[in-house]
Design a protein around this ligand. Sequence first.
Ligand SMILES: Cc1ncc(COP(=O)(O)O)c(C=O)c1O
Length: 309
Amino acid sequence: MFGGDVHVVWEKFCRYFDVEPRIVPLERGKYTIGPDDVSPHIDENTIGVAAVLGTTFTGHKDDIVGINDLLLQIKSERGLDIPLHVDGASGGFVWPFLYPHSEWDFRLEQVHSINVSGHKFGLVYPGIGWLIFREPSDLNRDLVFEENYLGKTDATFTLNFSTGSSMVLAQYYNFVRYGRAGYTYIMRHMQQNARALAEKLQSMGRFELIGPDEEQLPLVAFRLSGDNDYDEFDIAWQLSAERGWMVPAYTLPPNAQDIKIMRALVKETLSREHVDTLARDIEEACATLEKKGGAHESERRKIMTGPGH
Ligand SMILES: Cc1ncc(COP(=O)(O)O)c(C=O)c1O
């Protein structure tokens, strides 16, 4: 079971592997899940709970500590030992450096597995991802196949067989080259730039920031406040068409699907100077849209179908 704040990969997993998903819907103003959401969905058939560290939608984390406590309580009271998986695709390379005291990992007893994408904040090109188990017994032996085609016995448990090793080397290089101090420096740098952008957006008086005071990925999630003749999708189009920025607008999953938000991901390549330019371009895009009363119908069609349609 998991919240509506998960990435689409979780719904894919359930469909492909014929697992019944129990999905906690989001609500207006509540875009992550906690123990009270999880509790009613647990029963003796629950194979696991997945919690997100750094959601795709707003960059926040589920209440992983609270969910772990709930699972411990269920274990002691009902004898159900339900593993907690943490989807740290985006947050796994951020939290250890920005929020080292915040617990979301194997410090929590029920966390048995963690995935993290190297090609996000691990700072490597796509595609490399990591899946880490708490202990060898967490990986069912039935899923591991042994072969010796390459001259020695290898264990394989991925769906495909041959894959390139260059990204593994690139990830390894970054670990050695940057170390903990380097990753911390880079993450803080991105966080500072995200905060600078957030302040600029706030001071425009047009936007509401989503959870800026909570632990969050280095990004700014925001939406228009008040009544306007244009919406977030119009701004995304205007920014991309006129200035080449890719600041996506999207709707949140059910039951918050009427909420439109935008997300500016602040990566290493977005310098402090770029932040000023982006803020200025957002302000200008809004001013233009205000004058013309929103994006034109034909422009809107391009936003919905993408270029070339
Ligand atoms: C929370 C979360 N989980 C899973 C994924 C999928 O990870 P990957 O693209 O490395 O397959 C993403 C983003 O793509 C994500 O943000």
